[in-house]
Design a binder for this molecule. Structure first.
Ligand SMILES: Nc1ncnc2c1ncn2[C@@H]1O[C@H](COP(=O)(O)OP(=O)(O)OP(=O)(O)O)[C@@H](O)[C@H]1O
Ligand SMILES: [Mg+2]
Length: 497
């Protein structure tokens, strides 16, 4: 099939400037939804990390991510022909409180590209001030940009719905946070960056026509089945609730803490969005709070599923003028309460290597979580070691992780009994595909960041390779799959980014 991304032709001689096909459908919503503006340039940009696999998926030439023109364009220093840069307006509830109008304060949407994976929006995060920057400087620092770049690809590698990251470019331009840092820009992609907060904005401003236009746009592009429903907007709320439920089950199963689940950070497509103070659990602590700015633990690991429901409730309220009937809205939200536990249980069964469902599985999963919590066991290492556990053998490497051996032995007996009828090869295969060896632990990100600050980007590259295939063994790279060092617990990740 011939696409706009095929090998260069005489009409399109430079691989750095492929004939990108822009659609820019969001811009078609009209001026109430955004402000058109160009990104602000940064001096002397350089590459920090490049995701060639994603570039290929998007149908871009390999050389595209090598060229100086692309570097300039994705740092915001040079326009890309056909793009239509804009910052969108949204609102949100932050830490449970209505925050009023927000918007893309440092992210600029270049537009939407036609790609072999369907239309994809291209956004530059950290590309300068916009009318929605409020007190912010419109910038993102190198540290947080590397974290976002690596984590979005890690989540994708884990099979979790997420925005993606094509590259990070840096500049030595100074950015003031707690200390002086340097600037960076992450080029992100997603079918859409629309958040719950976009709907809240038009609802709270009492703009029903815009609210309806936005809902119709989202339905037409992403939830076309809802159009056929008796109440399309209630159907939309239900579909978003279900996607969010699947995303939350995936987070909980892998031990991912998001850290800032405000409604402006909830994607209408059920994608993980805004990688700020996130963390993959080291020792299993259900009440773990990864965001040092989250004083009351609103977004602690074990509260995330309820917070997602709270956020969906806000979306439901925002959609009420369209749904009209409160009963329909509540019924649509109910789906979260059934889909989330089912999806979580399915994921946990896979982690335990149980291909079929059994009525005692819920109890086994509960007792596994309790055991991990009381022994503060490393979450990722436990599950990976468990892949070698059978009813007859492989207990030792798992037992070594526990100090309360009596409880472990009781649990191991319960698990062994459940495993008895399961085919060993099938179990191992399922578990090795469900329990990653590599996750982006805080200390791994931190080491890559420290090296990157000295202009050594090799660890960013290495981590990207490992995290894009986190279930594979990667011989020779075991040091990236080990226990966190003692200093890892002193890493303080806050909202500052
Ligand atoms: N340095 C900054 N300059 C301008 N606006 C900012 C800055 N940091 C955050 N904001 C804005 O503050 C609000 C909340 O920020 P939050 O940290 O949730 O988002 P973010 O990390 O900037 O981006 P995103 O959600 O797009 O990944 C958003 O409207 C965001 O654009
Ligand atoms: Mg945000």
């Amino acid at each position: 099939m011939s696409t706009a991304f095929d090998t260069p032709t005489s009409a399109n001689p430079h691989p750095a400037a492929p004939d990108l096909k822009w659609v820019n459908s969001f811009a078609g919503l009209g001026a109430d939804f955004y402000t058109e503006l160009a990104p602000s340039p940064l001096p002397s940009p350089y590459w920090v990390g490049r995701n060639r696999a994603l570039a290929r998926e998007l149908g871009l030439h390999d050389q595209w991510l090598e060229s100086a023109e692309t570097l300039a364009a994705l740092t915001g220093n040079q326009p890309l022909a056909g793009s239509r840069p804009l910052a969108s307006v949204y609102a949100g509830h932050q830490f449970g409180v209505w925050a009023g109008q927000l918007g893309d304060g440092r992210a600029i949407l270049l537009g939407e590209l036609e790609t072999p994976r369907g239309p994809q929006e291209i956004q530059l995060k950290g590309a300068g001030k916009t009318p929605y920057s409020r007190m912010g400087d419109g910038r993102a620092v190198l540290r947080s940009s590397i974290r976002e770049f690596l984590c979005s690809e890690a989540m994708h590698g884990l099979g979790i719905a997420t925005t993606r990251a094509l590259c990070v470019t840096g500049s030595d331009a100074a950015v003031r946070r707690e200390e002086i840092e340097t600037a960076a820009v992450v080029t992100r992609t997603a079918p859409s960056f629309i958040r719950f907060g976009h709907f809240e904005h038009f609802s709270y401003r009492n703009k029903p026509a815009q609210l309806k236009a936005l809902a119709d746009y989202v339905i037409a592009r992403f939830y076309p089945d809802c159009r056929e429903a008796r109440q399309p907007y209630a159907a939309l709320l239900q579909a978003v609730s279900e996607r969010t439920a699947h995303m939350m089950a995936a987070w909980q199963a892998v031990g991912f803490c998001h850290g800032v689940m405000n409604t402006d950070n909830m994607s209408i497509l059920g994608l993980t969005i805004d990688y700020g103070p996130f963390q993959f659990l080291d020792a299993f602590d259900p009440g773990h709070i990864c965001n040092h700015s989250d004083d009351h633990g609103r977004y602690a690991y074990n509260k995330q599923p309820n917070m997602a429901y709270w956020n969906l409730f806000c979306l439901g309220q925002a959609l009420l003028p369209l749904i009209e009937n409160q009963e329909d809205a509540l019924a649509a939200l109910e789906s979260y309460k059934t889909v989330f536990p089912q999806a979580l249980q399915a994921r946990m069964r896979a982690k335990l290597g149980l291909p079929d469902e059994h009525e005692s599985d819920g109890q086994l999963i509960e007792s596994t979580f309790r055991l991990l919590a009381s022994n503060k066991v490393d979450y990722t290492i436990f599950w990976r070691r468990l892949c070698g556990f059978t009813a007859q053998s492989g207990h030792e490497p798992v037992r070594d992780l526990f100090f309360d051996l009596e409880s472990f032995n009781a649990w191991a007996l319960q698990y062994s009994e459940r495993l008895a009828p399961v085919d060993i090869a099938q179990k191992a295969d399922l578990m090795l595909k469900s329990n990653p060896k590599y996750v982006l632990r805080n200390h791994l990100g931190e080491e890559a960041i420290q090296a990157a600050k000295l202009k050594d980007f090799s660890q960013v590259d290495t981590l990207l390779t490992l995290l894009q295939a986190p279930f594979d063994e990667h011989p020779g790279q075991d040091s990236f799959a080990g226990f966190p060092p003692d200093w890892a617990s002193s890493i303080a990740i806050s909202c500052s980014s």
